[in-house]
Write a protein that binds this ligand. Structure first.
Ligand code: MG
Length: 247
């Protein structure tokens, strides 16, 4: 006999102090290494080296622009080839295992585990080309051992994530932001949203309830800017991301 009571009827929203919104590209994953990987698999799939080289040069010249890599590969080569390459990469466990450390920003997996240990819910919010972002999210899930369940994520088409989070979740003057159940599997009422991103333009918040932590995972990081690994250490030692937010 089925119970006529809707299953969620008795569920109260969960109140949390903080929701961590994590950027994907260059905060959790080493995007340029993933681009290289895609090109190396295009080469392995029989595309001649001259064409690969030209395409890579073109892509490199686009850095800093909004550039849709997968759209470009589809147009330049074919959709079938792109899909085949995506499949080959995601199913090559031995290769992924070998270059795992190159693909992840150092400490990215540790940051996720540290937030979970602290009881701070987290969600990846990434901007850009849906097809490529979905692929990178699937790759990230696999690299951190979450292939089966995937990772909580949102692909936005808004560039400033602070503004986006404010508009999405803090519509009123209420003390708490409301993060709908579609995002985390349950309705969350959050006091603070902390955005972790490698671009200051994503952290320009019009609202004090949305704060930002700038990260820099490059070889020569800007002084005073933390890396993802340093953030993971801080969270592991009991610090909340919002406590180190400076933007
Ligand atoms: Mg980024």
């Amino acid at each position: 006999m089925t119970d006529p009571t809707p299953i969620n009827r008795e569920l109260e929203p969960r109140i949390v102090d903080e929701l961590a919104v994590l950027d994907l590209d260059r905060t959790l994953i080493n995007t340029s290494k993933i681009t290289e990987l895609v090109f190396s698999f295009l080469a392995k799939s029989g595309v001649e080296p001259g064409r690969i080289y030209e395409a890579m040069e073109y892509v490199e010249a686009q850095s800093g622009n909004s550039f849709f890599l997968f759209d470009y590969i589809e147009a330049e080569f074919s959709k079938e080839l792109l899909e085949a390459v995506k499949d080959k990469i995601i199913n090559d466990d031995a290769m992924l295992d070998e270059i795992r450390q190159d693909l992840l920003c150092t400490g990215a997996d540790q940051l996720i585990y540290a937030l979970e240990g602290q009881g701070t819910p987290w969600v990846i919010v990434t901007y850009g080309e849906k097809n490529y972002q979905e692929f990178k999210l699937a790759l990230f899930s696999k690299l951190i051992g979450r292939e089966a369940q995937g990772v909580p994520s949102i692909i936005t088409d808004t560039k400033n994530k602070s503004e986006w989070a404010t508009n999405e979740w803090f519509s009123g003057d209420d003390e708490f932001g409301e993060v709908p159940a579609e995002v985390m599997g349950e309705l969350l009422l959050v006091r603070t949203v902390t955005i972790v991103d490698d671009k200051t333009s994503n952290l320009q918040s019009p609202d004090g309830r949305v704060v930002g932590v700038l990260v820099d995972n490059s070889i020569n990081p800007a002084s005073g800017v933390v890396s993802t690994a340093e953030l993971a250490d801080a969270v592991n030692s009991g610090v909340r991301l919002a406590e180190i937010a400076h933007l």
